[in-house]
Design a protein around this ligand. Structure first.
Ligand SMILES: Cc1cc2nc3c(=O)[nH]c(=O)nc-3n(C[C@H](O)[C@H](O)[C@H](O)COP(=O)(O)OP(=O)(O)OC[C@H]3O[C@@H](n4cnc5c(N)ncnc54)[C@H](O)[C@@H]3O)c2cc1C
Length: 452
């Protein structure tokens, strides 16, 4: 019998923690988990899932407009924010219940409350003290606001999901995927959206063609995208609106300002320094390839380690942890070629290297690129273009990057990701017959290299 109350204590019931706890329980470990907010974590409660539901909701505006070209007369339409949010909340509550059950079904003990470390084997939750052989930190991250006067008047993605009223005019600050997704959501619901980004171009780190193509497309959608522009100050006006001062000296009067300016790992006040768990300059827990921290029995997975901050990555890290520590099958998560989507409108799908990174890594690369008007837009009359791109290592003919801006980009990219992970060559893409008529078939019909 172990000298500890549990074999594993998981701090944080989000994507990574739930998977790790559940699989460890399946291996026979006695597991406990503490969650200070709601089971399911960021992804389920105030991230991926509610975000995608809002994206779906906001896309109806497009569909109503496009219908006319196909002969439909759509009557007067009206959008009710309160209904959308209430229905979203109902679904999220259902999912939260499922996540909690997943733990309980694995025989895990759940603690509702904030957990901190007292020493390397002791966790405090309120006035309870619990011991465990292994401790897994899966506490995720939190949004950070820019340090400007009036920052307290800003909301973050956390609050955006629970606004009582739809802001009719909103400024969104940031050029990353969360900023772009909320810009599309509020724009679709009919808010007037200004997107401020202090850098040269949105989506830093993505392929240059994705960045420029998406910037053009969202401009057409009515979002007022202002790159190289930041805010300097926010004030409340007499009538309760917000006055946003910009670096170019102009001002904007809006109903809400959403900061989508980055996230930081949740490591503050956890007691890590007492135990000797090393963190980096960003506050992320430093781990090895098996997600083990600088303290032998303390592990960390997910956003708190700031490796690749995506749900499926956190889940994989959690699963690998359980296999390694309790399943006697040491397995480290593979962070190469992780596909990703941005649920902007239009969306982005991407896997592998950008053209710039591929050139830096392989020297000579072949690039195949196409941009076309999708079939649906011919009749709807929508001014919309899809962009697709393949980046190929010229020496080996291996496809090392695939990128797309256009409808269903995320869905299409998941299939391509398998091919690329399996090491597919351009010749394999060429040998594959397309599915007609789809946009996706363009990925197997591009023959002309882009001239250098
Ligand atoms: C707006 C938004 C949209 C996103 N969209 C996507 C997307 O489309 N696709 C995608 O793959 N990823 C998306 N992400 C990222 C994704 O949500 C995260 O990568 C993922 O949730 C990380 O999982 P995790 O287990 O590391 O942490 P989390 O899911 O954040 O879970 C951490 C949990 O720990 C709890 N906790 C923290 N400290 C303590 C403590 N001391 N004691 C007890 N409990 C504690 C928190 O309450 C939380 O529930 C999005 C994120 C945001 C913010």
């Amino acid at each position: 019998m172990s000298q500890y109350d549990f074999d594993l204590f998981v701090i944080g019931g989000g994507s990574g923690g739930v998977r790790a706890g559940r699989i460890s329980g399946g291996y026979g470990a006695r597991v406990a988990v503490a969650e200070e907010y709601r089971y399911g974590g960021t992804c389920v409660i105030r991230g991926c899932v509610p975000k995608k539901l809002l994206v779906y909701g906001s896309q109806f505006a497009h569909d109503f407009e496009d219908a006319a070209g196909f002969g439909w007369t759509v009557g007067e339409t009206r959008f009710d924010w309160a209904t959308m949010i209430a229905n979203k909340d109902k679904e999220i509550a259902r999912l939260e219940g499922i996540y909690r059950k997943l733990f309980e079904n694995a025989g895990a003990r759940t603690f509702d409350g904030r957990a901190t470390l007292k020493d390397a084997h002791t966790v405090l939750i309120g006035d309870k003290s619990v011991t465990a052989d292994k401790i897994l930190i899966a506490t995720g991250g939190h949004p950070v606001k820019p340090a400007v006067p009036g920052a307290e008047l800003m909301i973050t993605s956390n609050e955006a999901f629970h606004l009582k009223e739809q802001p009719k005019r909103i400024v969104i600050v940031g050029g990353g995927y969360i900023a772009l997704e909320f810009a599309g959501i509020f724009n679709g619901f009919g808010s007037r959206v200004t997107l401020l980004y202090r850098g040269e171009q949105i989506l830093r780190g993505f392929d240059e063609d994705i960045r420029s193509h998406l910037a053009g497309e969202i401009g057409k959608s009515g979002i007022d995208l202002r790159c190289k522009t930041d805010l300097t100050k926010i004030e409340k006006t007499k009538d309760g609106a917000l006055l946003v001062h910009l670096t170019d000296g102009s001002t904007l009067e809006v109903d809400a300002v959403l900061a989508a300016t980055g996230r930081k790992p949740n490591t503050g006040g956890l007691g890590l320094e007492v135990v000797g768990v090393r963190t980096d300059a960003e506050g992320a827990v430093v781990v090895n390839e098996y997600s083990r921290s600088s303290v032998e029995n303390v592990y960390a997975v997910g956003d708190v380690t700031n490796r690749i901050n995506l749900t499926p990555v956190a889940i994989r890290e959690g699963h690998c942890f359980a296999d390694t520590v309790f399943g006697k099958k040491p397995r480290s998560p593979d962070h190469a070629d992780v596909p990703a989507a941005v649920f902007s409108q239009p969306p982005v799908g991407t896997i592998g290297l950008s053209e710039t990174d591929a050139r830096a890594k392989y020297g000579e690369v072949d690039v195949y690129r196409t941009s076309f008007r999708p079939l649906k837009a011919t009749i709807s009359g929508r001014d919309e273009r899809v962009m697709m791109k393949l980046v190929v290592d010229a020496k080996t003919d291996r496809v090392v990057g695939a990128h797309m801006v256009g409808e269903d980009a995320g869905e299409i990219m998941q299939g391509l990701a398998i091919a690329i992970k399996a090491g597919a060559k351009k010749a394999d893409f060429d040998a594959t017959i397309g599915i007609h008529p789809t946009a996706a078939e363009e990925f197997v019909t591009m023959r002309e290299k882009v001239k250098a």
